[in-house]
Design a protein around this ligand. Structure first.
Ligand code: BGC
Length: 762
């Protein structure tokens, strides 16, 4: 392929090269007939194909060909099931092949910084490890069918508010450990054919023209070998974007970006080799797609629908189940209430909006599971918040007659979408009122939620069960019925924290920022990292989810109790199904650094596995941890560093329910870097470096005066706590005014030379 690409580039005019750097249409790359370069079709999106035959837009306004609508990422992540996510990816790949689509624009790996972000339904998690694992397997699935994925939106696109202009201001460690880490694993493990740069700015620069992001980190550090495509309309200055590492501008608009590239090459401000390199990568994409193109692919819509049902079932999270009200018995009379039981809320609004091949209705599906009496009342009008007394009255009448009530509640379409954020976490007033009124009539109430992100539940104590369904895709109705009646034992676990209220959330005081600046002041403390640190009990913690059975853990053990940062560590724990139904448990492994030299979260998720167990069965599960599980990003050394010391390994059912723990001693193999000493280095910082401490004390000893503070510094005698602290935090230069002339600028200069002499010798 390499020679072919070089031969084609040699044939191309400057204008032709530039023309490849943007599309030919909203969804197509630029063809070049003269050189037999065809166009490729790219299409949204992460959980279903949105191929528009006519009328193009990036917000799902125009219709698209029918395609399977799988649960959106928020739900997919709750499966914590890598293989299942890959299977969804494969199904999406097959549908793309069938529709001649070469690149599918997804998945999204942005971190859920605040539950208010309108697009959280398209993202996996608040945790970078879970998010990047889910994204990697999604991509592997899609690409295993010969279709490219597009990992988006790179990076720090964590809000919709002012998304095309906002500047995400993020400190380097937080950026590396949280926001970039969510992309890093996916890039390294799955090499997506394309990465989509985001709309926003990051620390002052548009992500579409950010050389550190697109070239230094993505390509050079992470070894990325695909192309970078802009989010639709994300390019600011085309030449700057190309120079920074963005190959493809989409959509092309009037193609004036190409003209700018040509002009920049002609006036010498853009080296032609930069353009050639971009063209090389673009041609590689084209040939890769051609080589992988399969003709005449068809798929069985019903099979894909069944897969969507399985995934939706496995993604549902049983948040609460008092008195084991669920699963429902087949002979119980049930009142099904809520408009979503007939017209489901099953996907989010915007560019990911799919035209489904079919749509399950929960009410019908429930009737397939039982011969008992099932009644229905709409309860509320989903298009408004206004309470409809007639609908309310009907619902109450049905509730009075039934043995149990199942309320289908959730966020209506207009509450959350791409392009804007929520401003609160409430369910609509008419739904809250409905839940309150019904639960005043009977305590036998189950609430099923359809929403893309957490909602507050002030009514939680009035109902016995809550089943979180997220936006479960076209088969969510069937999946809900499967879980309600126990045909599927719920095994979903939350991929994000559900707060009790908005004011408890990590970014509350700074979201969505002021004007075009969003300062990520909470730093590393996103999601459970924040709730742990602040000791705030959430409504439901990260990783939480009940089952119709129960699991116990024992014997957490590690392959070695002492390792270096170059070793891998195997961690084992035995999990037992202690109930009377088969079920699946998600075993979560967190790592906690016992005593860290840097600010670190209490614990962080570093591995997980999902295990299926029959009643009474037990299995030992094993996961492997490597250096990254223990490391933090050292901003001085620009590298991942493990601080030698003790780490605890925690195995748990959720971030708030740790069952077992073990300890390991990790030793860093990276030599400690010695600082450069300067006039403002504190005495305390000198004394912690053994060599420097020796140099310092012998230099001071060589001075024959003890006047002023010098004596106290030299002898360590007659120093109380206050004096100790003063000396410790005193910069070297302060010895001059505090030593009454015994230590002067000349001494300081000599001392610094001696302290820094190690640099000359190394
Ligand atoms: C969205 C992308 C999407 C693109 C094309 C943009 O507005 O942010 O996620 O892939 O449109 O529809």
């Amino acid at each position: 392929m390499v020679e072919k690409i070089e031969a084609v580039i040699n044939e191309m005019t400057l204008e032709e090269k530039a023309s490849l750097c943007s599309g030919s249409h909203f969804w197509y790359t630029q063809p070049l007939e003269r050189l037999n370069i065809p166009r490729l079709m790219v299409t949204d999106g992460p959980h279903g194909l949105r191929k528009q035959p006519e009328g193009s837009d990036h917000l799902g306004v125009h219709d698209s060909v029918p395609a399977t609508c799988f649960p959106s990422a928020a739900g997919l992540a709750c499966t914590w099931d890598r293989e299942l996510i890959a299977e969804v990816g494969r199904a999406l790949g097959v549908e793309s092949q069938a529709e001649n689509v070469s690149v599918l624009l997804g998945p999204g790996a942005n971190i859920k910084r605040s539950p208010l972000c309108g697009r959280n339904f398209e993202y996996f998690s608040e945790d970078p490890y879970l998010s990047t694992e889910m994204a990697a397997h999604h991509i592997q699935g899609v690409q295993s069918e010969g279709v490219g994925a597009s990992l988006k939106h790179f990076a720090a696109n964590n809000q919709e508010h002012r998304r095309m202009s906002v500047d995400a201001v993020i400190d380097e460690r937080t950026l590396r450990e949280i926001y970039l880490a969510s992309f890093e694993g996916a890039v390294k493990k799955s090499q997506p054919w394309t990465v989509m740069s985001s709309y926003n700015r990051l620390n002052g620069e548009y992500c579409s023209e950010h050389p550190v992001l697109l070239t230094d980190i993505l390509r050079e550090e992470w070894g990325y070998d695909g192309i970078v495509v802009s989010d639709w309309g994300a390019v600011n200055e085309r030449e700057a974007a190309l120079a920074a590492g963005l190959e493809l501008e989409m959509p092309p608009g009037d193609k004036s970006g190409d003209d700018k590239i040509v002009a920049a090459v002609k006036d010498g401000s853009l080296p032609e080799e930069t353009l050639n390199e971009a063209v090389r990568r673009l041609l590689k994409l084209v040939y890769r797609a051609l080589e992988n193109k399969q003709e005449g692919v068809t798929f069985n819509e019903e099979d894909h629908h069944q897969l969507a049902r399985q995934v939706a079932g496995d993604s549902m999270v049983l948040l609460k189940n008092e008195d084991d009200i669920l699963p429902l018995e087949k002979n119980e009379d049930v009142a099904v209430i809520g408009s979503f039981a007939k017209a489901p809320r099953y996907q989010g609004g915007g560019s990911s909006h799919v035209n489904p091949t079919k749509l399950d209705e929960a009410l019908n599906e429930i009737k397939q599971h039982t011969s008992a009496g099932i009644t229905f009342a709409q309860g509320f009008d989903a298009t408004t918040d206004v309470i409809d007394e007639t609908l309310m009255q009907e619902a109450k009448e049905q509730a009075e007659k039934a043995e149990k009530v199942v309320i289908f509640a959730g966020l209506p379409d207009h509450y959350e979408s791409e392009a804007y954020d929520r401003t609160h976490l409430h369910l609509p007033t008419n739904q809250v009122k409905l839940i309150e009124e019904i639960s005043a009539i009977t305590s036998e109430v189950v609430v099923i939620l359809s929403n893309g992100a957490p909602v507050e539940m002030p009514w939680i104590h009035n109902v016995k069960a809550v089943l979180e369904g997220y936006l479960g895709g076209q088969a969510v109705g069937g999946a809900a019925a499967d879980v309600l009646y126990g045909a599927v034992n719920p095994s979903g676990r939350l991929a994000e924290t559900f707060p009790e209220k908005l004011s408890h959330t990590p970014a509350h005081l700074h979201f969505p920022g002021e004007g075009d600046k969003a300062v990520y002041s909470e730093g590393l403390f996103v999601g459970y990292r924040y709730y742990d640190a602040k000791e705030i009990a959430p409504l439901f913690p990260f990783g939480h989810g009940l089952s119709y059975t129960t699991f116990s853990y024992r014997d957490l053990r590690v392959s070695q109790t002492e390792i270096t940062d170059q070793d891998e560590l195997d961690v084992y724990v035995t999990v037992k199904n202690t109930g009377d139904r088969a079920g699946k448990e998600v075993v979560q492994f967190y790592v906690k650094e016992v005593d860290s030299p840097v600010i670190r979260p209490e614990k962080e998720l570093k591995q997980f596995t999902k295990v299926q167990l029959d009643p009474g069965e037990e299995k030992e599960v094993k996961v492997t941890l490597d250096k990254r599980a223990f490391a933090y990003y050292d901003t001085d050394r620009k590298d991942w560093i493990v601080a030698s010391g003790e780490f605890q390994l925690l195995a748990g059912h959720s971030a708030a329910n740790i069952a077992e723990q073990a300890s390991v001693q990790v030793t860093s193999t990276v030599p400690k870097s010695r600082p450069v000493f300067h006039r403002n280095t504190t005495i305390g910082d000198i004394l912690v470096d053994q060599e420097a401490a020796n140099t310092f004390t012998s230099y001071l000893a060589s001075l024959d005066s003890d006047s002023g503070l010098l004596g106290a510094v030299k002898t360590q005698e007659n120093r109380d706590e206050m004096m100790d602290a003063m000396v410790q935090y005193m910069p070297l230069r302060a010895l001059i005014p505090f030593s009454q002339g015994a230590f002067n600028e000349t001494h300081l200069k000599t001392l610094l030379e001696e302290l820094n002499a190690y640099q000359l010798s190394s």
